[in-house]
Design a protein around this ligand. Structure first.
Ligand code: HEC
Length: 201
């Protein structure tokens, strides 16, 4: 009886030890899935949870400074996952599978013709509602024709955004990034202090 118990105890111990090893295996820890997921017809699915990624910055090209003809009069909130920020800071390139999200946010109800309003902190621009989302994805094989990055737009309008998007033509997106920021991995790092100045978090 005692021997039987001992065998059972040892057996249970072995199984739990094995499962601990499996769960903490370094291979499992290193394998990260890219948030770029595609349908069978090649359309990308709208990324989720990106507002909890690292916030890189918010360029703003308001109507008041663009003759009321701004293509994107909203803030451009730019997000990327932390491991990809870390990799860029070390190597100057983003890992394969990196997704960068640019979500547009309107300026809060303007009270002046230039789109601004006055608040306790002063006259200026304050953040209104979300109003669109553009995405870039690094995948050197899939997007070999556009310098290794694919560009997608899930709509330029209030929530909800499109659930899926086809890759945008090079003339609409990638062309401008290739012409201007090919040297910084197709990304306008000069506008994002975390990537530009490398001062850390
Ligand atoms: C005429 C040039 C131009 C075109 C065309 C263009 N972009 Fe960009 N893009 C920029 C500039 C400049 C920035 C950074 C400053 C800003 O957001 O205003 C940027 C930033 C981005 C970012 C944030 C990451 C980064 O590269 O800095 C994404 C994502 C992005 N664009 C996607 C797109 C998509 C998708 C399209 C097509 C629908 C597109 N872009 C078309 C000029 C362009």
């Amino acid at each position: 009886m005692q021997r039987y118990l001992l065998i059972v105890v040892l057996g249970v111990g072995l199984v739990s030890a094995a499962s601990t090893v499996l769960n903490t295996s370094p291979v499992a820890a290193q394998t990260r899935q890219s948030p770029a997921i595609y349908d069978s017809d090649g359309k990308m699915k709208l990324p989720t949870g990106y507002r909890a990624w690292i916030f890189l910055g918010a360029p703003l090209t308001p109507e008041g400074l663009n003759n009321n003809k701004a293509t994107f009069p909203e803030y451009h909130h730019v997000y990327v996952e932390k491991p990809n920020v870390d990799a860029y800071s070390k190597t100057g390139t983003f890992p394969e599978g990196t997704v960068i999200v640019k979500e547009l946010a309107r300026v809060l109800e303007p009270t002046f013709p230039d789109g601004s309003r006055k608040e306790e902190s002063g006259r200026g621009y304050f953040t209104g509602a979300y109003n669109g989302i553009d995405v870039s994805v690094k995948d050197s094989k899939r997007f070999a024709n556009s310098n290794g990055w694919g560009y997608f737009t899930f709509g330029h309008h209030p929530l909800p955004y499109e659930a899926r998007a086809a890759e945008s033509p090079v003339t609409e997106c990638a062309g401008c990034h290739i012409a201007n920021v090919a040297k910084t991995d197709m990304t306008w790092v000069q506008f994002y202090p975390l990537l530009r100045d490398k001062k850390g978090y």
